[in-house]
Ligand binder design. Structure first.
Ligand code: GLN
Length: 559
């Protein structure tokens, strides 16, 4: 889309020192540090600066690959195939930065490196300690990312809440970086909470004062405070925070709850956060208005049309588990001037209550997943969408289940399954590739990161992408079993995309259906607010068309 180029980064500083913005959080978790860091990226890019972003996760896991989405939210996959924290998804959606494994630093990675160096004898007989060796490794890794990306500004979000034991070495490292790089090259942004106590009728500043006090105790004086609040903060409250936290008044920024996350850069810009940062870092740049973002928010908040889509998954209680999918649907809505209402359905509920749970939905999306819980409910949902000619979009596991459903109910392959769920299936239509079977370590068998795919012509996939070679990010072990290719083609399933060497089925679709498309990859990781992913965009378009034929829950939609 034309809009996206409006904020495309270009380098404007002739910098000697890397400029770094550190974002910490206080009082409680979940204050939106990640979105704040991402929005700072948006503001600086709009001024023509090149940014990179980094997330520090103080947990001991080396990466997010082994973490349960229930606890930790979605595992975000970068282009280079690293499994990272979902905040990297926000960073990529809010800026043009392309991130990799190094943009997510964990305690596990830091200690792993330091221990490996110690074993190699790199520390020349010294006692290896948290200070200076762990902190030294942290500083080195932070600077490396900024250097490698040739960014004007690196934005580093320190996960967790100030005061956490495991965060201490990271805070110490950023404190040292301030001393080493200098005041003009480093800014400390602290995201804090200013609760409104209705019985007192007042916004309370004490938690923020305590949180800043805690930061200062470990040597960090914040320069900017982003105060998360439900209500706007009065001038007096901001002045009070400024006075008692030792921060300039113009750097006390209100971060009010927003109904749409893409409003956040606009709210910060209104309060001149971009100017504060530019002045503080002595950047040669000028704050710019964010016209493309304003238009985007307008399209998102006041669209003329509306559709209802069902996402049938497993981690339904926790929307964060499907963060990128929710965002990609929103982007697709903006591209179609359509509000996308998502009904999140637990597939086990379909097993219990039947497909009537889907009644009135204008489209069905089955996201990725692992393990066999809820599989049959998803298969029933796919059958419903296929038979009722309701637009269907399958992602990764969603494609595998579409293949299984078609095998069972169209080709008559009873008990067709994936060997992930039924090792003794007579029709293992989804299976490991032969070369994967000899690998013992499960981690080694995962296909991760960006792979090319050749799109068939003509096809629904080609109508969406408009080009023959595309790149998409993967995170899965199992593949379409090539022994069944002929049977499926004869039965009416089309392979909309295959790997360029022809060996792997990457996309399937049903030409006899208005829009039934599935891919072995995760397109949601590449969708951008102003540049919706083509498959999501076409899925929502198909749902909108379907809603005009069968109005469903929003009888007035599209009129
Ligand atoms: N569990 C499936 C596999 O490993 C699908 C994974 C996914 O949907 N990301 O192949």
């Amino acid at each position: 889309m034309a809009d996206s180029s409006a904020t495309a980064p270009r380098r404007v500083t002739g910098k000697q020192h890397p400029k770094l913005i550190f974002v910490t959080g206080g009082v409680i978790s979940s204050l939106g540090k990640g979105l704040s860091a991402a929005s700072i990226g948006t503001l600086l890019e709009a001024c023509g600066l090149k940014v990179t972003l980094q997330k520090i996760d103080p947990y001991i896991n080396v990466d997010a690959g082994t973490m349960n989405p229930f606890q930790h939210g979605e595992v975000y996959v970068t282009q280079d195939g690293s499994e990272t924290d979902l905040d990297l998804g926000h960073y990529e959606r809010f800026t043009h930065a392309t991130l990799s494994a190094n943009n997510n630093l964990t305690t596990g990675k830091i200690y792993g490196n330091v221990i490996a160096k110690e074993r190699k004898g790199d520390y020349l007989g010294k006692t290896v300690q948290v200070v200076p060796h762990i902190t030294g490794e942290i500083k080195e890794r932070i600077l490396q990312v900024v250097r490698d990306s040739a960014a004007d500004v690196g934005i580093v979000e320190v996960g967790g809440t100030v005061g956490d034991i495991e965060g201490l070495p990271f805070i110490e490292a950023i404190r040292e970086l301030r001393v080493e790089l200098g005041f003009e090259n480093t800014v400390f942004v602290h995201v804090t909470l200013v609760p409104y106590i209705s019985t007192a009728g007042e916004a309370k500043t004490k938690p923020t004062q305590h949180s800043v006090g805690e930061l200062r105790r470990i040597g960090v004086q914040p320069d900017v405070l982003l105060c998360r609040t439900e209500r706007p903060l009065s001038r007096e409250v901001r002045a009070k925070i400024a006075m008692f936290c030792n921060v300039a008044e113009e750097a006390v920024i209100t971060a009010r709850d927003v109904s749409c996350i893409y409003e956040l850069p606009l709210r910060f810009h209104e309060q001149k956060l971009d100017e504060v940062l530019i002045n503080r870092l002595k950047l040669r740049a000028k704050a710019q208005d964010l016209r493309p973002w304003k238009r985007l928010v307008g399209r998102l908040t006041h669209p003329p049309h509306e559709v209802s889509l069902a996402v049938v998954g497993k981690y339904i209680d926790l929307k964060d588990a499907y963060k990128s999918i929710a965002e990609a649907l929103m982007h697709a809505g903006a591209a179609n001037n359509t509000r996308v209402n998502v009904k999140w359905i637990d597939s086990e509920q379909i097993e219990d209550e039947g497909v009537q749970l889907l009644a009135g939905q204008h489209g069905v999306l089955i996201p990725g997943g692992f393990g066999n819980r809820g599989i049959e409910g998803k298969i029933e949902a796919i059958r419903w969408a296929r038979e009722k000619k309701v637009p269907f979009f399958g992602i990764c596991l969603g494609m595998q289940l579409a293949v299984i459903e078609f095998g069972r109910h169209v080709l008559g392959l009873r008990r067709a399954n994936s060997t992930e769920f039924d090792a003794s299936s007579p029709h293992p239509v989804i299976d490991l590739m032969r070369e994967q079977k000899s690998v013992k370590d499960m981690g080694g068998t995962m296909r991760l990161g960006s792979y090319p795919c050749r799109i068939a012509k003509p096809s629904a996939a080609f109508r969406a992408y408009g080009k023959e070679i595309i790149f998409e990010r993967h995170r899965h072990r199992f593949e379409f079993n090539n022994a069944y290719r002929e049977q499926y083609t004869k039965g009416g399933l089309k392979f909309g995309g295959v790997s360029p060497d022809g060996k792997l089925v990457e996309m399937v679709e049903l030409p006899s259906h208005p829009w039934f498309v599935a891919g072995q990859f995760h397109p949601e990781f590449q969708s951008r607010p102003m540049d919706a992913h083509p498959l999501f965009r076409e899925f929502v378009r198909a749902a909108l068309e379907h809603s005009r034929r069968a109005p469903g829950p929003n009888a007035n939609s599209g009129s």
